[in-house]
Design a protein around this ligand. Structure first.
Ligand SMILES: N[C@@H](CCC(=O)N[C@@H](CS)C(=O)NCC(=O)O)C(=O)O
Length: 210
């Protein structure tokens, strides 16, 4: 049995966790999930029925279920590749930007996709403030740092990098030179390219609604 069962869909956020699995060279079994025909195995692991969902099969009889893409990324770094987890002096930057991307950045880009723009009054109580503010904040960091933790690629760059990559490709994030440079750097990872190739193989399994 593979060490991990990975519920996924190549045309979804699960792509990010897929990339993380390849960064750590994990032993996993992918289960492709179509929205109209979800396996019972997924509902048992994650009542949200969302992908990515990762099941870690431990020796003996117990499992651990991890959901939420950013959590899966970090979990895999700790479990499989400590060199991708933060060193003590990197923890502040690592967790700051990992959570910033999973919260404000994701909310801001989703809001834009859905056509919601907070008014100045609503910005005060909206976690992301405005898309402009989140992008300005990311830009200020990546104007001065190659990666989330400075000069070194860590697992936080899988998640933050994927958000920036997708934001720029989809046009939900305005183009800025520092962000474009960062996106190019993460796209050059071997594991990123390998994930693209693996996902392409699974695309024919997609149903129209997935
Ligand atoms: N908060 C979750 C969001 C996961 C999510 O929304 N996944 C979507 C695909 S991008 C999904 O599974 N949609 C199927 C559904 O809701 O039925 C994460 O960050 O992993």
């Amino acid at each position: 049995m593979a060490k991990y069962t990975f519920f996924t869909n190549p045309l979804s956020r699960a792509w990010i966790a897929w990339w993380a699995l390849h960064e750590v060279d994990a032993d996993y079994r992918p289960v492709i999930v179509n929205w109209s025909n979800k396996p019972d195995e997924l509902a048992r692991a994650n009542p949200m029925g969302k992908v990515p969902t990762l099941v870690h099969h431990h020796e003996g009889d117990h499992i651990h279920v991890v959901t939420e893409t950013a959590a899966i990324c970090h979990y895999l770094a700790e479990a499989e590749a400590s060199e991708l987890a933060p060193r003590d002096e990197e923890r502040a930057d690592y967790f700051r930007w990992l959570f910033f991307a999973a919260g404000p950045v994701e909310q801001a880009t989703t809001a834009k996709t859905m056509g919601f723009m907070p008014t100045p009054e609503q910005e005060v109580m909206t976690g992301f403030g405005s898309l402009e503010r989140t992008v300005d904040t990311l830009e200020s960091w990546f104007s001065q740092n190659a990666y989330v933790c400075g000069d070194r690629f860590t697992m936080a760059d899988v998640y933050v990098g994927a958000q920036v990559d997708w934001g720029l490709r989809s046009g939900t994030m305005p183009k800025r030179d520092a962000l474009a440079r960062y996106a190019d750097a993460v796209r050059s990872r071997d594991a990123y390219r390998h994930t693209e190739a693996v996902c392409a193989e699974f695309l024919p399994e997609q149903s129209d609604d997935a």
